[in-house]
Write a new protein. Sequence first.
Length: 123
Amino acid sequence: MYACVRATDQTTYLSENGYPEPYLVPFGIVGGGGMSLSQAYGPPGGAGASAPELNRGRVTPGLVGRNFVWVQDQCHELTPAETCHALRDEYDKNETKLRRSFKSDRPPLEEREATLLAQLRNC
């Protein structure tokens, strides 16, 4: 089991293999450009607005291509004790969702519960 940190917002999640796929994100999300939203979207020649529906006709392939970058989340392998702790936390979160869910929303949560219980047998 691996603990991974998202490149975009530094939130953590668990991974089975520790090799997350790279993905594209807006350059500004990873701190690129150093401009505030008002600076990036306000001046003449700027994007105009961050809302896509307001940018129809103004966004060009060059604008999009220059402003997206590839990122990849960073992962590290957990010790057996850390793995068990993380699995218990995931189980507790899933149980809370299961208790609060509508009957129609339960099947994937019940499936996740069974998977977590199987993994927790090794703890």
